[in-house]
Ligand binder design. Structure first.
Ligand code: A3P
Length: 315
């Protein structure tokens, strides 16, 4: 895998010098490519994006889960994996379900990380193939857009994304860089600078697109049952009446709950540098009130109001 990464990165790194640069949250820098900020030299990076744009082949039956980082990607991955595979892995056979032994990121990969694998993962043998991505809509590899496959977008309140990203970055960034302050995180976020940001442009890109099932973290929290049922239908695995009577919906919701996943992932590492527990912090709506000043909140509300003016986006 390391050799593959090196090849991908070498090929595209030369182009980096031409791109506008900003201070990164986790990595040293972020680079502006096709209107969005991207990390470099990590699996989810601008070099990977360029490689995917050149090579990625979608299948018409694929399902893509698109999100900005810290919008609930891990939760959505768990839900869709559990829904689509519920005949193979029954939600009530608790000892053997992959989500009870493995991080959701291992069960359902990002296309950005898949490119580095020498050997095909389980997804190649399955239809539909399930993938996640943080790539902005307008930068998606052409074949995803052309193949007419299903896309799910999960969006989350910008202030909660900012706060979640702030904590995540402080867990993952190189110790030599020291910790970020919330003021620094706020400055970057409000300028649109975060991995695959600007936040507002990322959300708008998917909101405008036609073939996208658009969901918010807040709605998923508030009415989990109905939204999970809608999601099941969209991914082509609607619940039967018998399943519903049997408690299948609740079973899957429990399996993918914050408490359950946090418990499974309290030890170990996703990869060398990312502890499994980094993806499970509070799992709440509105935690921003504990971190942002009134002034920060007001400024972000103003930006959001202006950027989302006339759009029906409520998160
Ligand atoms: P907080 O930092 O606000 O707690 P992502 O998966 O896109 O990286 O997003 C991580 C955020 O989703 C974190 O938010 C995390 O706690 C929350 N999260 C993870 N698993 C969840 C689950 N099963 N249900 C609800 N929220 C979850």
């Amino acid at each position: 895998e390391r050799a593959n990464m090196a090849l991908v990165f070498d090929r595209y790194r030369a182009k980096l010098t031409m791109l506008p640069k900003e201070k990164g949250w986790i990595t040293e820098n972020l680079y502006m490519y096709q209107g969005f900020w991207h990390q470099s030299s990590r699996r989810i990076s601008v070099e990977t994006l360029m490689a995917l744009q050149d090579t990625f082949k979608a299948h018409p039956t694929d399902i893509y889960l698109a999100t900005l980082p810290k919008s609930g990607t891990t939760w959505l991955k768990a839900l869709v994996f559990a829904l689509v595979n519920r005949n193979q892995y029954t939600y009530n056979c608790l000892s053997t379900h992959p989500l009870l032994v493995s991080n959701p990121h291992n069960c359902l990969p990002f296309i950005e990380t898949e490119i580095f694998r020498n050997t095909p993962t389980y997804v190649n043998g399955h239809s539909p193939r399930l993938f996640a991505t943080h790539i902005p809509y307008t930068s998606l590899p052409r074949s995803i857009l052309d193949s007419g496959c299903r896309l799910v977008y999960l969006c989350r309140n910008p202030k909660d994304v900012l706060v979640s990203m702030f904590h995540f970055a402080n867990k993952l960034r190189d110790k030599s860089r020291g910790l970020m302050t919330i003021a620094e995180a706020f400055d970057l976020f409000s300028k649109g600078v975060m991995p695959t940001g600007p936040y507002w442009d990322h959300v708008k890109g998917y909101h405008k697109a036609e073939n996208v099932f658009f969901l918010t973290y807040e709605d998923l929290k508030k009415d989990t049952v109905n939204n999970v049922k809608r999601l099941a239908k969209f991914v082509g695995h609607p619940f039967t009446e018998e399943e519903e009577a049997d408690g299948a919906v609740q079973g899957i919701i429990r399996l993918c709950s914050f408490e359950s996943l946090r418990e499974v992932n309290k030890h170990g590492y996703l990869r060398d540098d990312i502890p499994n527990d980094a993806f499970f912090r509070e799992g709440k709506v509105g935690d921003w009130t504990n971190h942002l000043t009134d002034e920060m909140s007001r400024i972000l509300d103003e930006i959001t109001e202006e950027k989302f003016y006339g759009l029906d986006i409520s998160c």
